[in-house]
Design a protein. Structure first.
Length: 253
């Protein structure tokens, strides 16, 4: 059975893309069949798995706006078992172009339907906003992973995200669940990180993953080489923690 998971938080730079790419690659590495869907016009997940945006002819825009055949939009990657639906800057127009269209929030869900059973996991890397692109992702998903950066104001804006999730549950996708909350970019040298962990655990309780992602330079270098961390440096701390996270995600069913 395929599980579709959005990686979402409207706050920018909290580790959504790093998590989508590396969780996706680690799940694939452990033998799961994974499709990574980039639904952010920045296209960072696309380049993060080594796809040159200039070489992309059909992207998620064509899927959402032009009703393109999903099989023609999917690209294989350098990692076995990991495919990607790429995004380019063309997607920036979709948010506005979709507004007057019928069933504008269910387009991604419908587009993924024909290929769903070919994958164990479909991970959707969301943009830092709660607009139509994120709504499409949440409507298509079984669950959401919320990355939270171990920083001041970590919980700020989360009530807005939770509210959006509730609205989607009420009107578009009653089955949507919170898969887990992932603490990211922990700087173990400061007390602040520990405080944030306590605060987030108090709020989300057992929804918080045991795995906490530390700040790791190798994780921040890997995207410029177009490689997930397990290819770029399989012995790094970054690779170790994302493999742990993949195990946790699988164990949670
Ligand atoms: N654990 C980490 N250690 C070090 N650097 C990290 C880590 N996680 C993410 N980064 C870096 O922090 C920056 C933001 O991360 P990322 O792009 O994953 O966030 P995002 O939530 O997808 O951002 P956006 O909201 O713009 O889409 C990137 O430069 C990334 O390489
Ligand atoms: Mg991103």
């Amino acid at each position: 059975m395929c599980k579709i998971i959005s990686i979402a938080n409207q706050k920018g730079g909290v580790g959504k893309t790093t998590t989508s790419v590396n969780l996706g690659a680690c799940l694939a590495y452990t033998g799961k069949r994974v499709l990574l869907v980039d639904i952010d016009p920045q296209g960072n997940a696309t380049s993060g798995v080594g796809i040159e945006k200039a070489d992309v002819d059909l992207c998620v825009y064509d899927l959402l706006v032009e009703d393109a055949d999903v099989k023609k939009v999917i690209k294989t990657t350098q990692i076995e078992n990991l495919d990607v639906i790429p995004a380019t800057i063309q997607l920036a127009g979709a948010e506005i172009e979709l507004v007057p269209t019928i069933s504008r929030e269910v387009r991604l869900k419908r587009a993924l339907e024909p290929v769903k059973q070919q994958y164990d996991y479909i991970l959707i890397d969301c943009p830092p906003s709660l607009g139509l692109l994120t709504l499409n992702a949440l409507t298509a998903s079984d669950s959401v992973i919320i990355p939270v950066q171990c920083e001041y104001y970590a919980l700020e804006g989360l009530s807005q995200l939770l509210n959006t999730i509730r609205l989607v549950q009420k009107h578009l996708n009653s089955d949507l669940m919170i898969e887990g909350v992932l603490l990211t970019m922990l700087d173990a040298r400061t007390n602040l990180g520990i405080q944030v962990i306590d605060e987030v655990k108090k709020y989300f309780q057992d929804k918080v993953y045991q795995t906490i992602i530390p700040r790791n330079v190798r994780l921040s270098e890997a995207p410029s080489h177009g490689q997930p961390i397990i290819l770029y440096d399989s012995r790094s701390k970054g690779a170790e923690v994302y493999l742990e996270l993949a195990k946790e995600v699988v164990a949670n069913g």
